[in-house]
Design a protein. Structure first.
Length: 166
């Protein structure tokens, strides 16, 4: 209890001192100070455990990392992610799609995107649809693919399509 009082006293003392210093006005003499351009703010990503958009962003981020490491792609990790995130029925349908189309069914492409964006697209009965925009290439040579990922109520992917179910 005494420690709490000490922390409060120190905290109040600092804020009272800061207020007192802030109210003192002094004239500044000397050469003008030029400021450097502000550095760009650091980027951050926020997620919420159990939230469908976060879950799909986590899946796509990890999957793209596993597939996109050109020196050492991790096929075992990509397979494990698919097993963890996809429903067994959809995994079978996806494998058939891949065999027919000669492309990765999760990405709907033969190569790996350089960027991706995941956006909530609303509920559909007991499921949820999430829009995933994949950007391939860089600079002026980019191409976007928009996918619609259907997530069932137990947070497993039950479909990936190029058209919304809405």
């Amino acid at each position: 209890m005494a420690a709490v009082g000490l922390v409060l006293a120190v905290g109040l003392g600092v804020s009272a001192q800061g207020s007192a210093q802030a109210s003192v006005h002094t004239a500044v003499k000397g050469p003008a100070v030029t400021s450097k351009p502000a550095a760009a703010a650091p980027k951050s990503v926020t997620g919420t455990s159990g939230h469908v958009v976060t879950r799909i962003a986590d899946f796509y981020g990890a999957y793209i990392d596993a597939k996109g490491d050109y020196e050492n792609p991790d096929a075992a990790l990509a397979k494990a992610l698919r097993t963890h995130y996809l429903t067994p029925d959809f995994a079978k349908r996806l494998a058939a799609w891949e065999k027919e189309n000669g492309a990765d069914g999760v990405l709907r492409a033969q190569n790996v995107p350089t960027r991706w964006t995941v956006t909530d697209n609303g509920t559909l009965g007991h499921a949820h649809e999430v829009a995933v925009t994949l950007t391939f290439g860089s600079g002026r040579n980019t191409q976007e693919t928009k996918l619609f990922v259907l997530v069932e109520r137990y947070n497993h992917i039950s479909d990936i399509a190029t058209k919304s179910a809405h």
